[in-house]
Design a protein around this ligand. Sequence first.
Ligand SMILES: NC(=O)c1ccc[n+]([C@@H]2O[C@H](COP(=O)([O-])OP(=O)(O)OC[C@H]3O[C@@H](n4cnc5c(N)ncnc54)[C@H](O)[C@@H]3O)[C@@H](O)[C@H]2O)c1
Length: 255
Amino acid sequence: MAWSVGAGLEGRGVIVTGAAGGMGKPVAEAFATTGARVMAVDLYQSAADEVVAGLEGTDHVAVGADLSDLDAHQELVDRARRELGGVYALAHLAAVLQRRDSMDEVTEQDWDFQVDTNLKATFFLCRTAANAMRSAGEGGRIIAFTSQGWWTGGFGGSVVYCASKGGIVSMVRGMARTYGSDQITVNAVSPGQINTPMLMTDLDPEVLEQLRVATPLGRVAEPEEMAGTVVFLASQHASFISGATINVSGAMLMY
Ligand SMILES: NC(=O)c1ccc[n+]([C@@H]2O[C@H](COP(=O)([O-])OP(=O)(O)OC[C@H]3O[C@@H](n4cnc5c(N)ncnc54)[C@H](O)[C@@H]3O)[C@@H](O)[C@H]2O)c1
């Protein structure tokens, strides 16, 4: 086995969702440096195109798709099979956060928007990808994104978002049991506070400062600091890690 963080990924098809987002872009860039063929998926085609234009190497594909539309999932996976030669890994980062200062301001629409995008779409997309991995018979890697909020319940008006992210942890455990016999690993990455539009939008600066102080590393992370964890989980080196939730929070949480 070659000892490099992206071992085993050269020439493999990898789908990265939320690829135009704060963390998604460096994750897509990191996969491209391993020699993987990346499908960068985000809401708008132009944003996905821009990400792919900046990736090292060729054979990458940009897709504009709304993943809360479950009908889009099969087409996405079919395109990855046709255009990347398969789906070996899915790194699913796309998610939404709708902050509400007061619990009483949360509407049913807020609930549906966040739970449908963050949890429901994750279940169906991961299942669609896992079925493609199963039929290819070469194992696979599913990496979903939860949040420190799965454990803490969140800060800054994010209770509904955190409920959706708690669901990701349970779902990943169930999927790890389901797909293990096909050598498909299923894990979650759980970031702490990361400097991206999702964290910074509508966040009270005082809350941000409290979070910084509660983080023993004493800072908010930069989005690039998540990419190594994702690529490692997709690599050969992580072949026996499944059902895990990897805490990347600068010691804000310790588990
Ligand atoms: N930033 C943080 O501090 C933090 C902390 C914990 C967890 N997370 C999680 O990390 C992941 C990445 O977050 P980020 O900070 O990079 O967020 P971001 O808002 O910068 O990026 C998210 C991306 O997902 C895309 N997206 C949203 N809904 C979509 C849909 N329906 N279909 C397709 N694409 C869609 C957006 O267009 C955006 O580009 C998310 O799952 C998030 O919940 C973030």
